[in-house]
Ligand binder design. Sequence first.
Ligand SMILES: [Zn+2]
Length: 176
Amino acid sequence: MIEVFTRGLVLDKEIDDKDGLFTIFTETLGKVRGRATSSRKITSKLAAHLEPGCFSAIRLVQKTSGNGFRVIDALIEKKMLLSETPEILFLADKMTAPGQPDQRMFAYLKKLAAAGEIPSGWKREILTIAGFDPAGASCDLCGSKNFAYFSSRDIMFLCERCLKRNPDCREGLIRL
Ligand SMILES: [Zn+2]
């Protein structure tokens, strides 16, 4: 049993019949999926520290089978209170990979969690850190420099015209 103490931003929370399943972008492990213990009492105690947008100190234990984690403890340090928070969490979830720590991404998300106001160009910054710098990019379908979107599903830049022609690209679409 490996226990890890790290900091992380809670990106998503799903509740099934017994307990919560959390997607957390952590400092030392990259993105992880962790379950809170099935004890109701502990789960409810942790709930306020594991809401999406919480930037928390988290204690995780790696499960002996599979690659999932169990969340043993969490203590909130900051909560991201920007009106763009759902969009930030969505983009951060799409642009990070399980088990791949990224100090630059972590530092930027931490900065956003502490910000009183959203910095302009935050979507471009997240894409750039993830390796998809929009500067000098072009629409992946027609080559136009006049692109307006990034598809997090297909990992490509798109212009308005190509999006109209390919409506299925709307899934996971980010307006830049
Ligand atoms: Zn195009």
